[in-house]
Write a protein that binds this ligand. Structure first.
Ligand code: C2E
Ligand code: CA
Ligand code: CA
Ligand code: CA
Length: 279
């Protein structure tokens, strides 16, 4: 037993070392990723269940390094948040997403909206609002067509600057979505704090609605709660027709997931936007 314990300890130490080495590598490579044009955006359709078509797109950042390949945002975003690179990366994301939205609107998709993920670090940055204002000046997109996704952690922040920034974004006309709803906090009091437009139910709930009765009832209750507050409900991680029929039965407004499309490069969006979706 003693030997087994020691082996386990060694394995654990080794894993820790590998993790640390990988993080250091990513940290280092990330510094040149933007200028080397290794960072791009993919877009995932958000489908309206009544209109039966794609009404929105979520912008999701992708990093492809020539030597080590694709690195998941779940891996590099936390590192970028730590070393501050999330600020220039986030600016690139918002600007590119707005440019692409503007292009799509000029092609006739005038009602389409773009959903963009924000990090706490971006909202804490003192120049974020002036960056956004400059952006609206440079690119002619209406903020009503842009949804900013913030997590529950951000919504619960007691940082005065962050709260004021979100209120100012709201005032400018941006829509605010709560991302990963239900995944983190048990407090929902913040729902009345800002004027939120959308709730995105975390995919961990959607995965379980079929085989876990309590999750199914909780999800149904979240949809009812959201509707009673006048919010639009988006379900993410919709992978199967079983997920979809559950969400339809409970009148979920919009759905997003592999059942409809994975995130795709900008160039592949056109056919997806034109087709009628079976929902
Ligand atoms: P998220 O905001 O919750 O984004 C949804 C994630 O679920 C995406 O992962 C998407 O590709 C994935 N997904 C979509 N449909 C399905 C499905 O049917 N099944 C499953 N299993 N997954 C699905 P992705 O692109 O790897 O992004 C991971 C996370 O990284 C995002 O989670 C978000 O928190 C963060 N992230 C991505 N892009 C950005 C960005 O531009 N800025 C910031 N701050 N964070 C970002
Ligand atoms: Ca999101
Ligand atoms: Ca999410
Ligand atoms: Ca997430």
């Amino acid at each position: 037993a003693k030997k087994k314990g020691k082996n386990q300890f060694l394995r654990y130490t080794k894993q820790l070392e590998q993790r640390r080495a990988r993080n250091l590598l990513i940290e280092r490579l990330l510094h040149t990723a933007l200028e080397q044009k290794e960072i791009a955006l993919y877009y995932q359709p958000i489908v309206d269940t009544s209109l039966k078509k794609t009404v929105g797109l979520e912008a999701l950042v992708r990093w492809h390094h020539p030597d080590i390949g694709f690195i998941s945002p779940s891996e590099f975003i936390p590192i970028a948040e730590e070393n501050g690179l999330i600020v220039p990366i986030g600016e690139y994301v918002l600007r590119t997403a707005c440019e692409h939205l503007s292009e799509l609107q000029h092609s006739g998709f005038t009602d389409l909206y773009m959903s963009v993920n924000l990090s706490l670090k971006q909202l804490q940055h003192e120049h974020f609002l002036s960056f956004v204002q400059q952006l609206l000046h440079d690119i002619h997109v209406h903020p009503h067509n842009i949804e900013l996704e913030i997590t529950e952690t951000i919504a619960l922040s007691d940082d005065e600057h962050v709260i004021r920034t979100i209120q100012a974004l709201k005032q400018l006309g941006f829509r605010i979505a709560i991302d990963d709803f239900g995944s983190g906090y048990s407090s929902i009091g913040y729902l009345k704090q800002f004027t939120i437009d959308t709730l995105k139910i975390d995919k961990s709930f959607i995965f379980d609605v079929i085989n876990h009765d309590a999750t199914a009832r909780l999800t149904a209750a979240v949809i009812t709660l959201g509707h009673s507050l006048g919010l639009q409900i988006v379900a993410e991680g919709v992978e199967s027709t079983e997920h979809l029929s559950f969400l339809n039965k409970h009148r979920c407004d919009r759905v997003q997931g592999y059942l409809f499309s994975p995130p795709v490069p900008f160039g592949q969006l056109f056919p997806l936007l034109q087709q009628r979706v079976n929902v």
